[in-house]
Design a protein around this ligand. Structure first.
Ligand code: DTR
Ligand code: CA
Ligand code: ZN
Ligand code: ZN
Length: 433
């Protein structure tokens, strides 16, 4: 068993996902973060008007492989080039057509901690795709332009992305993540996704993936008195999925698609119960008339708030990493297995934000239950089993409040496969104090 205990010697966190925000103590210090400006919704709508005009001039859509998509990319790129971003077009081929991702870097910030915000720019072939996903694309663009207007000097490096061929299966974002060198991928400390954020009968959904990204959004909406719900059906449904599968913390915003708004939701958000959040989802009526301005405004401001808050937070000091790189086979529908990390030489208790990085290779990860077991035997549930989660591998970082646990001792990762078929193994795991 190979342990790379770094007792007492601060080492760069092996996971670039050690944390998005400064630890609580640093947050108690004078505000290390800058307040985001209001994003003028008129500016966002102006981008939507341009995207609508592009669709109208190009056969009524902005779909992958069509002239309307490339015209959309050119529009967004021109705005960013003029605002001082370093832009790059990434080409890929899908279904015999050339697709494009647009990536824009804001010069400055720590190149080893990158916060990325993105949206897919393509529409379906049946319409202009103004809510899906001109809304997300325009809000991300206007947030980037606001960074330029402010000449923001963030602590993290800010990157923005516009993806191609999302409607055909997250093709552009998957191509981006899969072709990013591992060393570059490990610098991505978070990815924020905006896909459908101005539905005409809006709900206010926040992705329930990374706890810190979820909190930043939920706190912002609570601050304006708007209740939110967690987006439980988002897994795999938009461009955050390839980032999540690569072990990068993800978050995002969503106002709903074809699902019907319930009576309870209409009572808290207004709008019409029994009607879809977006009746024009993937339809020709998804035009500039298919946008709720208030939802667009709120989500644009929430996006800017998250970029400013996380992008300007005090750098997270490197943690002490204790890891076990030994493979441990997980028997199919069998007894739990464990992998141990011995922590020694520390004083006091573990932190309230103990980072648990796991890398479990396993097809149909829904079979797996994963716990952290403290030296005194206390178990902390990291992941429940799920009959719906058919994706492969559990590559994630969990934040555990272990402040009641003594730091020193044998910590165990406990994994059990509770459903038949599909097997795998613990590839590695680590604790970052
Ligand atoms: N797949 C997206 C729309 C969508 C459906 N469910 C969610 C959940 C979270 C984000 C987006 C979506 C599309 O059609 O582009
Ligand atoms: Ca606004
Ligand atoms: Zn979409
Ligand atoms: Zn769509």
């Amino acid at each position: 068993m190979k342990l790379s205990a770094t007792t007492g010697i601060a080492a760069a966190a092996a996971l670039a996902v050690a944390g998005l925000l400064a630890p609580a103590s640093a947050q108690a210090a004078p505000a290390a973060t800058a307040a985001a400006p209001d994003i003028p919704v008129a500016n966002v709508k102006a981008h939507l008007t341009q995207l609508q005009s592009i669709a109208t001039a190009n056969g009524g859509n902005r779909a992958h492989g069509r002239t309307g998509y490339k015209a959309s990319i050119d529009y967004v790129k021109a705005k960013l080039d003029a605002a001082g971003f370093t832009t790059a077009l990434q080409q890929f081929t899908y279904n015999g057509a050339i697709g494009y991702n647009l990536v824009a870097d804001w010069p400055g910030g720590d190149p080893n901690t990158v916060l990325m915000t993105g949206a897919h720019l393509d529409s379906v072939t049946t319409g202009a795709g103004i809510n899906d996903n001109g809304s997300g694309s325009a809000a991300v663009l206007e947030t980037a332009l606001a960074v330029s207007r402010a000449q923001l000097q963030p602590t993290k490096h800010l990157r923005f992305g516009w993806w191609g061929a999302e409607e055909l299966g997250l093709v552009g974002s998957t191509h981006y993540v899969n072709t990013l060198p591992a060393a570059e991928r490990s610098k991505l400390t978070g990815y924020i996704n905006a896909d459908m954020i101005a539905s005409p009968n809006p709900g206010y959904f926040v992705y329930d993936d990374d706890p810190e990204l979820e909190k930043v959004f939920k706190d912002w909406f609570a601050g304006i008195g708007v209740p939110t719900e967690i987006e439980t059906e988002g897994d795999g449904r938009s461009d955050h999925a390839p980032f999540k599968n690569a072990g990068i913390p993800v978050g995002g915003l969503f106002t709903g698609a074809g699902r019907l708004k319930t009576t309870a939701q209409a009572q808290k958000w207004g709008g019409t119960a029994g009607q879809a959040f977006d009746r024009c989802y993937h339809s020709s009526c998804d035009t500039t008339a298919n946008v709720d301005d208030t939802a667009l405004d709120r989500n644009s401001d929430a996006l800017a708030h998250a970029v400013w808050t996380i992008g300007t937070a005090a750098p997270v000091p490197p943690g002490d990493v204790y890891e076990n790189l030994n493979d441990v086979a997980v028997p199919d529908k069998g007894p739990a297995v464990t992998s141990t990390v011995t922590v020694s030489g520390r004083t006091g208790n573990a932190p309230a934000t103990l980072k648990v990085g796991v890398d479990i290779k396993h097809t149909w990860r829904g079979d797996l239950v994963v716990d952290l077991v403290a030296p005194d035997g206390t178990a902390y549930r990291l992941k429940n089993s799920s009959s719906r989660d058919s994706a492969d591998n559990v590559i994630a970082t969990y934040t555990v409040d272990a402040s009641t646990e003594a730091a020193n001792g044998d910590w165990k990762l406990r994994v059990q496969d509770v459903a038949s078929q599909d097997t795998g193994y613990i590839d590695s795991w680590r604790l970052t104090f």
